[in-house]
Design a protein around this ligand. Structure first.
Ligand code: HEM
Length: 307
């Protein structure tokens, strides 16, 4: 096979541009090792990350499924980031990204039966005690997906939305995010250990992240698109599908799983994160809606009620 002169010219140009000798690089190519699947995918590293805390085999299901979720969260954030940082967004670019993000969440939702039906209840209720006070509540990527999907006001606890506006400092708004309810005693204001350590680790990063996403989130970007794009039926359908999948379907799959394992003898037992989960996790109380203007008043009033 002969060498394509066009490619050698391009290589020469590429290295000349950075004051490098192309021959040295070609010699490096001569000695370099061909890539293998396992080197590229980093399978050894990846498959060494599953460290159980108990001897129960089903703890592995729990641990690995959470890891799979975090990988998919990363894929979602990867797509959202491209939308957030792009200038001059076209309708087709936006729609392509929304469809990708939505598909990842469909995978997360439809696979949640791995949690609900895939573990022995007795084993779960033993190994979970070794995980207290950790909770999925402390997933930073999940929180980032929320921040990057909508304006901060839509993530504020329903009870405080009236008192928070765009000029409220992020630090103040942060204290009133809907998920603070899971980690705070509202009478005393005291935070649980689960929430306290979560904030110690991530609060500064979240505040920095929100400073950008509060104007560069999917909802704000959509609202700035030209009118004909905003009225595109397929795009609206895709956005509503994403909103519903994240905020109703996933939440309900998660809630039903918690009920399956933690509602023992009809009585809710304490979750690892220590929240009043029965109330906190249900979409009708949470009322987290990313794209509120894309729903009718009736749909908003009924949010999470008929599921
Ligand atoms: C048997 C499986 C599971 C059960 C029983 C369960 C239970 C719970 C409970 C009770 C809470 C409320 C906070 C607390 O007190 O801990 C919670 C929060 C949370 N869990 Fe899970 N969970 C399960 C699996 C998962 C998985 C696979 C993920 C994916 C990463 C996940 C992500 C989350 C998130 C993001 C929250 C916070 C939700 C919010 O603020 O709306 N959970 N979970």
């Amino acid at each position: 096979m002969s060498i394509d002169n066009k490619i050698t010219d391009q290589l020469k140009n590429k290295y000349e541009a950075i004051d490098q000798n192309v021959n040295t690089h070609l010699e490096g190519l001569l000695h370099s090792k061909p890539i293998d699947y396992w080197d590229y995918i980093q399978t050894d590293a990846l498959l060494n990350l599953q460290i159980q805390r108990t001897v129960f085999p089903d703890e592995m299901v729990f641990l690995m499924y959470h890891q799979v979720n975090e990988l998919l969260f990363k894929m979602i954030l990867w797509e959202i980031d491209q939308v957030a940082k792009k200038e001059d967004i076209t309708a087709s670019f936006f729609e392509t990204k929304i469809m990708r993000i939505s598909r990842y969440f469909d995978v997360l939702t439809s696979s949640f039966t791995v949690m609900k039906d895939g573990m022995d209840v007795e084993q779960y209720n033993k190994f979970r005690h070794t995980l207290t006070p950790a909770s999925g509540f402390q997933s930073a990527q999940y929180r980032k997906i929320e921040f990057a999907s909508t304006e901060l006001i839509n993530l504020i606890d329903n009870r405080f939305r009236e008192s928070i506006d765009r000029n409220t400092p992020f630090e103040h708004a942060f204290e009133h995010l809907y998920w603070q309810a899971a980690g705070k005693d509202y009478k005393t204001g005291k935070k649980t250990y689960t929430l306290t350590v979560f904030e110690e680790k991530y609060k500064d990063e979240f505040i920095r992240f929100v400073k950008f996403t509060n104007t560069h989130n999917l909802w704000s970007i959509f609202k700035k698109l030209p009118k004909d794009v905003r009225e595109d039926k397929d795009l609206i359908k895709a956005m509503r599908h994403y909103d519903y999948t994240v905020n109703i379907t996933w939440v309900m799959a998660h809630y039903n799983t918690a009920n399956h394992y933690l509602n023992i003898g009809g009585k809710a037992v304490e979750a690892t994160g220590g929240s009043e989960w029965v109330k906190y996790m249900h979409p009708k109380y949470q009322r987290r809606i990313f794209f509120p203007d894309l729903w009718s008043q009736q749909e908003l009033d009924d949010w999470g009620k008929n599921v």
